[in-house]
Design a protein around this ligand. Sequence first.
Ligand code: PGA
Length: 269
Amino acid sequence: MEVVIFKNADNVASRGAGLVAEMLNVKPDAVFGFATGSTPIDLYRNLVARHRKGELSFRHTTSFNLDEYMGIAADNPQSYRTFMNREFFDHVDIDKNKTHLPACESSENPQLVGPEYEAKIEQVGGIDLQILGIGYNGHIGFNEPSSSLSSRTRVKTLTRRTLEDNSRMFTDGEFQPKLAITMGIGTIMEARRILLLATGKSKANAVAAMVEGPLTAMCPASVLQMHERVTVLIDEQAADGLIYREYYDLAHRENRALKKRFGEFYASG
Ligand code: PGA
């Protein structure tokens, strides 16, 4: 993994946006995997600002989100579709018909929705750049601890910890779904490039387990150790538990020098 540590969350967001911009330069019709949650919001704001300045366009892109709650309609204020429209899609020139979430209406069979979502990803040639956050418990998407490392898009029951973490988004008495449909870990691993963002000290344990811990379904993000092109962008606080911190800084400096000579997409995991 390429681990890059920044002073603060703003720097993480702007480097993340820089990598999205690099991808768009190389491939204007890139297929993106997008994530919801608090962490990527600053990244989306940064991208919107760059778009407004005329620096980048999403006109030819396609996107697939990691997950969506079960049992709430797309126009529900709590749906991830609403989140993506509000935080990003409404403010850029992306064609909403080419933005996808694994939504499952209550009349639909989730066992069919998952494979259909996978088929759509395959039809467009797979995901070029997948953006990820990480849960306090090491989840990616809604792949909670104990998820199969080969899993595909399917229904997951959320852990009590995830429900508690996300309860901050819901008002008292508001329906909070306990089930979600999420891309599987196997699905995520097929993205050609992965960008994981984490900020704040509450993520330090999960980041340390992902980067330096054993490969285990108990920390689903640790599977990223098996992916060839993962860039982990974190701030000082999220880096707090890393033993090899100094090494990552050194490797990052060396990689930057190599990138200058051999092109932006030089990356070493
Ligand atoms: P957060 O969620 O960005 O809101 O912390 C991350 C995640 O659960 O993947």
